[in-house]
Ligand binder design. Sequence first.
Ligand SMILES: Cc1cc2nc3c(=O)[nH]c(=O)nc-3n(C[C@H](O)[C@H](O)[C@H](O)COP(=O)(O)OP(=O)(O)OC[C@H]3O[C@@H](n4cnc5c(N)ncnc54)[C@H](O)[C@@H]3O)c2cc1C
Length: 453
Amino acid sequence: MTTLLDELTAIVGPTHVLTDPELTAGYVTDWTGYWTGHTVAVVRPGSTAEVSAVLAACYRAGQPVVPQGGNTGLVGGSVPLDGEVVLSMLRLNRIEEVDPVGRTLAADAGVSVARAQEAARAHGLILGTDLASRESATLGGIVATNAGGIAMIKNGSTRSRVLGVEAVLADGRVLTRWIPLVKDNIGYDLPGLLTGSEGTLAVITRVLMRLVTPARATATALAGVPSAAAALELRDALGRAGLTLEAAELMTAAGMRLVVDHAGLRPPLAQPAPYTVLVEVSGSDDVAAAAAAVLADCEGLIDAVLEEGHSAKLWRFRESHTETIAASTITPVVKLDVAVPLRRMEEFLDRLTELLAAEFPTIRPICFGHFADGNIHVNLLDAPVDERDAATNRVFELIRDLGGSISAEHGIGRAKNPWISFGRDPVDRAAMGAIRAALDPGRVLNPHVLKLG
Ligand SMILES: Cc1cc2nc3c(=O)[nH]c(=O)nc-3n(C[C@H](O)[C@H](O)[C@H](O)COP(=O)(O)OP(=O)(O)OC[C@H]3O[C@@H](n4cnc5c(N)ncnc54)[C@H](O)[C@@H]3O)c2cc1C
């Protein structure tokens, strides 16, 4: 180990190899506080060449490595639980170019989503992926996890906007697929393969993203509705009126109460509702008037507020959910990020409430999420540590029964390993395993993440 550490120190310099537990503490615990490990060293390379040399050295030594971006992942995939080297990508933080004609952004993997967004906006464009962790989550992280987020309903997945990547393979070789064209059909889609690979196939060092033209005029509404079915009906009514959904989020009465109490906010609606929907829509210049007309006609609507533009005030009720939940539980929150077919969402929410009340009465569930994508974040608060897995298993069995997915956007990481067979059959897992073995035969990249069984 001393020899490897000497070698890593020679590559990145002594200030960028951290071994003191006080200095490594922030890198070995995940955002939820549940996954905490230890590391032989945190290594902070400053260039692709350094990433390549570090990986080559670890590969020769058979030393496992965990790539880490902003460490905002929610499935325990970015932290070293078995003494892996942490490869922090945060020093690779250069925005290379925004091309307003080709509508692309080229940047290092360690650039935060917020900085990339700012750079795109300076040219009248947007990144297309947006999420509440934007200040810390990195471009490498959103590509490695194929992040979803609040803009996916409008702009599609992160994968659909990755045009190119530069990535370092496990043995240190640099793979460059960097073609700023939306049409390029030569062979396998390697950027698409690395997107969502959770640091198991390569370390992404640079990304080339297709940017999006933002809507000219938007309006934001919070609407109280009696059911998830009514939320979907509101979505349809907005579409029939010619409005485009920029975002569509669902919150429950329990989640709204928690956020209002925790953040000391005034309840936004005069009457509490079983579900509160946040929609941001775009369309004609008088989009707010058009949205108001739809709300006025909406059957069963309990109450609504509407503001012109992107209303940070209204979005706060949704964006405060994750942090409020983390601060409101006596045990680390169990985060289950599931998707269900839209026509079964109401049934899912009802059956989930019933089964948790019957089988895990001390657990407090709070659900919210990007409902128009069928994506619900199920958060289990106050879950006794010895009930975490049993409760997860029951929720995932329900998801499987309903034809849903156990991981809509956060990935498998460590947390979902035991349930991967719920979503991928043996042949599918064997094909993924063959790809992994071909690219990382020494199994040094995130060996405990995305275990294919
Ligand atoms: C408040 C909050 C809100 C969130 N909202 C959303 C949301 O709406 N949608 C969503 O999808 N996620 C969401 N997340 C989860 C998280 O922010 C995303 O998964 C994000 O993409 C992780 O980026 P990161 O840079 O923090 O990656 P990390 O957490 O550091 O790593 C995540 C995974 O990617 C790998 N990885 C990281 N960087 C690289 C790289 N350069 N090369 C190869 N592998 C790499 C890691 O090994 C790990 O497996 C949220 C998290 C929080 C805390």
